[in-house]
Structures are given as C-alpha cells and as structure tokens.
Design a protein around this ligand. Sequence first.
Ligand code: ZN
Ligand code: ZN
Length: 347
Amino acid sequence: MDIKQNICPKCGGPSEAGLCNICKAKELSWVTYDKRVQCIHCPTCGSLKQQNTWTDCHLEREKLIEEIALNAIHIHEDVCAISIVFRSYDPSPNRTSVNVNIQGKLYGVLVEEDCRILILWSKEQCDRCSRYSGGYYAGTIQLRADGRKPDEFEKDRALAIAHRHEEEVQEMGERLSFITEVQENKDGVDIIISSHNLGEAISKSITKELGGKITRHPKLAGEKDGKTIYRMTYLVRLPRYQKGDVFEEKDRYYEIRGIDSNLIKYFDLQDAGIKNTKDEPKGRFIGNVRDSESAFISYITGDTAGILDPKTYETKECIIYPWIEAVEGESVRFLRDNEKERIVFIG
Ligand SMILES: [Zn+2]
Ligand SMILES: [Zn+2]
C-alpha cells in the first residue's frame, strides 16, 4: 500500500489531496441561473430590446426561447462535456416556462441539474416601427428625366436599386434607415427615405446605372436636442436619351450603344458603322431596343426579307441589311416606325 495515499476528510474515500473528486463536485454549485427573465419584443417586426437597444431577431420562436434560457444560465468553467435539453410550455399567453436539463462532467464525475426559467414576454413598438408608422422621413428622392418622363424600365430599376440598398443597410444594422414610402406621380417617382445615408447611396447608384445628374436641396425642418434637423430633396434627373434608344434622322436609323461621360456612341443600323461624338441625338425617337418585337423570317431573296408580322400575322417584305445575319426560318428583332410605317431591324 502506498503510504502517500490520502483520505477524503468528508467521505473517507481515497483522495489525492483534500476532498475527493466526488465530494468536490458535490460541494461546488456549478450552475447558477436567473429564475425570471424579461423579454421585450416588437409585435410588428419581432425585434428584441436589450438594455434599451433594439436589434432584429432572425430566430424562430423555439430557438429564441432556448437562446433566452441559455443567456440566463451560468455554468462553472470546470464543467466539460456539457449537454443541454430544453422543454418548454406556455402557462399563459405572456409567459413561457422553460425546463433546462444540463448534464456534464466535473472533475471526472457526472453531474446533472434541472433549471426552471420563466420568460416574461412583453410587447413594445420598436424604434423602427414607431418611426415607420409615424411616416418619419429625412428626405425624398425625386426620379425625373430631362425633357421626358422616366419610363417603366427606369422606374423599375430605380426602385430595385432603392430596395437593394435598404436591405443592405438593414442587414448592416442601420435599423433606422428604410424606405418610408414610394409615390408615383405624373412626373416620375418619389422615394421617401428615413435617412440621409440611404438617400445619398440610392441616388448615386441610380445615376451610376441609368446616367443623369443629382442635385440636392436641403430644407430646414426644425431643431432637436440642440441639433438642426434638415430634410433633403435629391433630384435625380435622368438623361434625355438612354442606351438602346433608336432615332431616325434623314431617313437613316441609328441606335445609342453607350454614353460615356459626355461622349455618345452611335450605331448605324444601315451599315453597322460606329460613331463617337459629343453631339446629342437629333431626329425622331422611334423606341428603345428593350421594347423590340421579334418576327419569324419566312424567306430571304437578295436584300429583301419576308417576315411574319407578329401582330397582324401578315407577311411583310422589308429591306434587310447585310450586317444583320438573317437566316430563313429563324427570327429577327425589330422596332416599328409607326410614322413611316416601317420595320426597323435591330439585329
Ligand atoms: Zn469524498
Ligand atoms: Zn418593430
């Protein structure tokens, strides 16, 4: 027998020094927890309020309950191989009782404890929802166009850009940046936003994609906590013409293929020639290639193509230029010049 072997003063069992592992594990209160925890959540969007700060909550109810219960429990750092089982039920509409069974190993001894935690739910409208429902706004983006109205495509793109930015800033935690309202009007679209950041970012992205210029008009809107509050109008004026616009001038048709700062790239729809110039398009606007139709080519003889008009189902004979690689039995894109009753192939 090893004479150095010690005895546990508590149970008399073998021990290396002082209390044996079993008694040490029994003595230690290795788990503590709060019996009642309050959870304030927004009934509209589900955000959670913690220490006066609201945050978005992306958890399912079940997971949220587990998360809240876990936050209320403190386990001693010497416990390892922890496994936790949750069981919960709602004794009343604003109460959830969670039973948490915790098992682990402490000094090589298996330990187990049941904790009962009561979650008290309370509802409060969050900072964002109260601003939102109050119609709060910091500015307006006015989408307009030079000498015309923004078309459906441009309006759709502008709104898609606006919503993409809203999502991005929300994900980054800028809770109070959102789109308050979108108003269509006879001149274009107004996008009402709740923060200057968002107004700035959206206007810049719109002009980056669709061209045009931004002018900003601040307006005083009072004072709050000694700070001047102002609202901003971002006037986004899209250019008079767009990429893909087709014009007729002196019986020739050309398409705008690009606008780079103030250099415009014209594509000649007769001979496929390209011209870069600062000259603004002259002539008559026919349409945009985005709105082109597609016709079936029945036959080709020389420079003439017989196409089936998709609207009237009549065969029409039209001049087709060599650069358009037309093939019998395939289709070709075109715009209609209604004034001259012509078909304009765009390849
Ligand atoms: Zn002992
Ligand atoms: Zn909310």
